[in-house]
Design a binder for this molecule. Structure first.
Ligand SMILES: [Zn+2]
Length: 245
């Protein structure tokens, strides 16, 4: 059977049956990988802490052409983010990032940025950068990486630019200026549009330098709505975030 090794972050791990777990990995080179971890649902197992959410590791696996799921054989932890991910003020934000990634990333996605981006966001939170801004930053880049982010500086109908305020089109594929807007309801202000443009040339650990003074909740809701539209899902984990209450 073909075998391979991948650097990856654990996005999800859940019992598949009494013995095994189903693990979803965000790999560095080849997008999402779903694999069975044999025996991982038992108390004592060879994977230990490797399968905790957002562990960065080196994963060995093999697969068969006629099976959808790969099988993990072993792995090594490179870096555990368990303390930062499981902290009370963080856990639901990272849970949300994981779900958004799982739902939005297309099969066969080969963009290496998302893996590196999520690693950088985890490290930035370890250093104490604001969780809500890191979430907004991550969602912008997740949408950009999937090629579904609008141009934040231009009306998609008449081409007017720059925009002081704008509304998301109902198909989420562009913005409308005040003159072109009809019934659209999801509004973004000038600061929110500026933040989206600003992220294009900034790393996650620069989020603390963003000069905007407003809370990012409305931006997070608009970006989440885009993820849900393009991923054709409702994100279950949003109910745990204060931004959605
Ligand atoms: Zn317009």
């Amino acid at each position: 059977m073909p075998q391979a090794v991948a650097d990856a972050l654990v996005l999800a791990a859940a019992p598949l049956n009494e013995q095994d777990k189903l693990v979803t990995l965000l790999t560095a080179e080849q997008g999402l990988l779903k694999a069975v971890a044999p025996g991982a649902a038992r108390m004592k197992n060879r994977f230990g802490a490797l399968l905790e959410p957002f562990t960065d590791g080196e994963f060995h696996y093999y697969w068969r052409e006629d099976r959808e799921l790969a099988t993990l054989s072993k792995g090594e932890i490179r870096r555990s983010f368990f303390p930062v991910v499981s902290a009370a003020g963080n856990v639901f934000y990272f849970y949300f990032m994981g779900e958004a990634t799982l739902r939005l990333m297309q099969p066969g996605h080969r963009d290496t940025r998302v893996y590196r981006l999520l690693l950088a966001v985890l490290a930035a939170r370890e250093r104490g950068l604001a969780m809500d801004w890191l979430l907004a930053y991550y969602l912008v880049w997740l949408l950009r990486g999937e090629g579904v982010l609008f141009n934040p500086r231009r009306c998609s109908s008449c081409g007017a630019r720059p925009l002081e305020r704008a509304w998301l089109r109902s198909d989420f594929r562009g913005l409308l200026c005040p003159a072109c807007r009809r019934e659209e309801r999801l509004e973004l202000g000038g600061g929110e549009l500026e933040f989206i443009a600003w992220t294009a040339t900034r790393a996650p650990d620069q989020v603390g330098e963003w000069p905007g003074r407003f809370a990012p909740a409305a931006l997070v809701r608009a970006l989440a709505a885009m993820v849900e539209h393009h991923g054709e899902v409702t994100l279950q984990s949003r109910r745990y975030l204060p931004e959605f209450r």
